[in-house]
Design a protein around this ligand. Structure first.
Ligand SMILES: [Fe+2]
Length: 96
């Protein structure tokens, strides 16, 4: 994210000082980039956590229904659920 942009109106009429100000603006803009990256990382981390929590909640409900219906492939389906939770857990841990 560009926070500041140097323009001719900012010139103090001294080449060296203008160069300093341009460098300061570059550093400020670098900070803007870092915080945007961090915000994106936090959003991804939170989304992975929400996915994990909701998947666990849903899978428990679904497994109860499958058991009640005596769904013939319940064992395989439960393993798919475990595998999904493990993969999201792994991604979440890698993010931390
Ligand atoms: Fe489901």
């Amino acid at each position: 994210m560009v926070l500041m942009q140097w323009n001719e109106k900012m010139s103090v009429g001294v080449i060296e000082l203008d160069a300093d100000h341009k460098e300061l603006i570059k550093v400020i803009n670098r900070l803007g980039t870092i915080s945007e990256d961090e915000a994106r990382r936090n959003a991804i981390r939170q989304s992975l956590f929400a996915l994990l929590r909701y998947a666990e909640y849903h899978f428990a409900r679904e497994e109860k229904v499958m058991a009640a219906c005596q769904y013939p492939e319940i064992r395989e389906h439960k393993l798919e659920h475990r595998d999904f939770v493990e993969r999201i857990n792994h991604l979440h841990r890698r993010f931390d």
